[in-house]
Design a protein around this ligand. Structure first.
Ligand code: PLP
Length: 383
């Protein structure tokens, strides 16, 4: 299989695997015996490593289960007494944690409409603004520095979901004025099950989970030490931006030549991500055709049980019907050159079949529906 679904989960880095495996032999970091103290050292070393990557202090790092929890904790702790404003293309982890929040619209290229944000900030009491550093479906980046300046001018706090940029590029958000950052271990080459909210220790942070008062009383529950150690080990690993971007560009050029449309093409984007619509061909059918050819990609659309819901991200960008016809190709850190011709061969064959007329299209749809039924409950298009 050629794995091109890094934005769902990056493959685990060797250093992360080793660190996680070593931590499995340790005790509970809260115990006072030797095994517990050894575990505590690993936990605090991980905290220091994470803090260093984000220009924070160790006490600012709150370990938790992943970016879903980190985003929810930011909104839970920083939101009370403020209006919550959420980017229209934010991940569901943010949208679900802020029901009733006002939406910050995006331009057609997927970047946040900062004039609209300024107008929203000017019109009402202080806000908590949630904007992602880069979008998981399109790779489109928001201008976090400019958003932070606007927030500062209006007494607002800015929370940045950095799940897709952490580990792939520098993260200067705190220095730019953000109040908090969410990261996720499995998005950066660590194991699943750990993440962090990075927020000044000086800021009062009412916990969502109280439990045993772990994480300086900011997040109760025994920390997932192996996953945390793996996250910290993965964070410092190398990322070959130039090679990954060049291969992504080759893939995009091929798809465009076969009728594909790159969503957010003109915007600043992550180097590894291509979101490509093939007009007239449902995203789930594209996924299945590629999966059958041994290529693992994803879609913005949610498509379990044979039903297709258009991506809210692409809909917010004004993509219309293309919102249900786009797939996401996201190159992992360990991608190799042979992934490009393999993907292109499978995509070309799929595009050829799709363009063979209505009869073939209907057969593709029937086959796709049958195969989707086989996978009921598996949710093949989760991000
Ligand atoms: N935020 C973004 C931008 C994501 O891409 C994801 C995962 O898809 C999340 C948050 C949720 O992360 P986790 O799986 O660590 O809960």
């Amino acid at each position: 299989m050629i794995y091109l679904d890094a934005n769902a989960s990056e493959p685990v880095r060797p250093a992360a695997r080793a660190a996680a495996s070593a931590a499995l032999a340790l005790g509970n970091p809260a115990s006072i015996h030797q095994a517990g103290r050894a575990a505590r050292r690993v936990l605090e070393d991980a905290r220091e490593a994470v803090a260093a990557q984000f220009s924070a202090r160790p006490a600012d790092v709150v370990f938790c289960s992943g970016a879903t929890e980190a985003n929810a904790l930011a909104i839970h702790a920083l939101g009370p007494g403020r209006r919550v404003l959420v980017g229209a293309t934010e991940h569901d982890a943010v949208r679900a944690a802020a029901p009733g929040a006002a939406m910050i619209p995006v331009h057609r290229d997927g970047t946040a409409d900062l004039e609209a944000l300024a107008a929203l900030l000017a019109d009402g009491p202080p806000a908590l603004v949630c904007l992602m550093a880069a979008n998981n479906e399109t790779g489109v980046r928001h201008d976090i520095a400019a958003a932070a300046r606007l927030c500062a001018a209006h007494g607002a706090l800015l929370h940045v979901d950095a799940a897709q940029t952490a580990g792939r590029e520098p993260a200067p958000y705190l220095g730019q004025g953000a109040a908090s950052i969410a990261i996720s271990g499995h998005k950066l080459g660590g194991p699943m099950g750990a993440g962090a909210l990075i927020v000044s220790a000086a800021r009062a942070l009412a916990p969502m989970l109280r439990g045993g008062g772990q994480e300086q009383g900011r997040r109760g529950g025994t920390p997932a030490l192996p996953a945390i150690a793996g996250l910290a080990a993965a964070l410092g690993a190398e990322y070959d931006t130039a090679a990954i971007a060049a291969w992504r560009d080759e893939i995009e050029a091929f798809c465009i030549a076969r009728g594909g449309i790159v969503m957010g093409e003109a915007a600043p984007r992550l180097p590894n991500t291509a979101c490509i619509a093939l007009p007239g061909v449902r995203a789930d059918l594209q996924l299945i055709a590629l999966d059958t050819a041994g290529i693992a990609v994803s879609a913005g659309a949610a498509c379990s049980s044979g039903k297709l819901a258009a991506s809210h991200v692409l809909a917010a960008m004004g993509a219309g019907s293309l919102a249900g016809q786009a797939i996401r190709i996201s190159l992992p850190w360990n991608v190799t050159a042979d992934a490009v011709p393999a993907f292109c061969a499978a995509y070309g064959a799929m595009a050829d079949r799709a363009s063979h007329g209505a009869a073939d299209g209907a057969r593709l749809a029937r086959e796709g529906t049958l195969r989707l039924k086989d996978r009921e409950g598996v949710q093949p298009c989760q991000k």
